[in-house]
Design a protein around this ligand. Structure first.
Ligand SMILES: [Mg+2]
Length: 121
């Protein structure tokens, strides 16, 4: 479908693609932080819906279902597109924000203390 891949595509290119799509349609006036954060949550819900009522045992089978994988890919893309648009609207540098957050989480959740567990015992 396209020649893009994570190892060859920059975040800035994705941000530009989203901005181009929004600008061509003059949708910038709708892409404010309130609408975009709401849209991220709505699209995240659509992603979650694909796993609603799926048991732990069914996850393995579902992970090989091409139709299901395509639906997950589309909903994940929707979430990311709105995230990119929110970053555009708020002038947030995604790479800086993600790396900063991982660094804060590294301090908050020291690997030796949290290896294999998700909360303090
Ligand atoms: Mg969607």
């Amino acid at each position: 479908m396209s020649n893009y891949s994570d190892d060859k595509t920059t975040v800035v290119l994705l941000k530009q693609k989203v901005k181009g799509f929004v600008d061509e349609r003059e949708w910038g006036k709708f892409h404010n932080p309130k609408n975009l954060s709401t849209s991220i949550a709505i699209e995240a819900s659509e992603l979650m819906e694909l796993f609603q009522w799926v048991s732990e045992n069914e996850l393995e089978t579902l992970s090989k279902d091409k139709d299901h994988i395509a639906k997950v890919e589309a909903e994940l893309a929707d979430v990311i597109i709105y995230c990119l648009s929110l970053a555009n609207t708020t002038n947030i540098d995604i790479s800086k924000a993600v790396i900063n957050k991982i660094e804060r989480n590294t301090i908050k959740y020291p690997a030796d203390e949290f290896r294999g567990i998700y909360k303090k015992s």
